[in-house]
Write a protein that binds this ligand. Structure first.
Ligand code: FE2
Length: 166
């Protein structure tokens, strides 16, 4: 989190109606930006993977890409709503995933990253006070769980990835 990402005077308020964490809204924006960077990486990995294998696999990757792009847009909107600046960074997960040539191994790695996102959301949700943000983040967690199950059924077992998902 850089200073530039966090410039609104509204964010310096000591009491906060959005978030229960010690770091207040700044901590919340940082957590949302970390998720945004991960989702942008996931969208790019899925897009790159649409060309890697057969029709069913490409269709699954297009669905994942569309979902990741949807969550990027949601996080961008919520970060702006909080007075923060959306990070332009793509998570390091992107380069790590594209270094894996085998489509199913890459899918397993992608699913491991999706599992990381779910864990982050599950940690964050109890601390979010704002109803609209909580509803968006809950939908993101639910959507990720559904996609993890679909990808695991396809052969991308979340537990089989050996590399760091971050
Ligand atoms: Fe994701």
């Amino acid at each position: 989190m850089t200073k530039e990402q966090f410039s609104s005077p509204r964010l310096t308020a000591s009491t906060d109606d959005f978030y229960l964490g010690d770091g207040g809204r700044e901590e919340l924006v940082a957590a949302l930006n970390e998720l945004l960077e991960a989702e942008r990486a996931g969208a790019k990995v899925a897009l790159a993977s649409t060309k890697a294998a057969g029709d069913d696999f490409a269709s699954l990757m297009r669905q994942v890409r569309d979902d990741e792009a949807h969550w990027c847009a949601m996080l961008d909107r919520q970060i702006r709503r909080l007075g923060g600046t959306p990070s332009p960074v793509t998570g390091a997960f992107h380069a790590k995933a594209l270094a894996i040539a085998d489509p199913l191994e890459r899918l397993a790695f992608l699913n491991r990253g999706q599992g990381w996102v779910v864990r982050k959301l599950d940690e964050l949700l109890p601390r979010v006070r704002d109803d609209a943000l909580r509803a968006d983040l809950q939908a993101m967690a639910d959507g990720h769980r559904a996609n993890i199950a679909i990808a695991a059924a396809f052969g991308g077992n979340e537990a089989s990835g050996q590399l760091s998902a971050k």
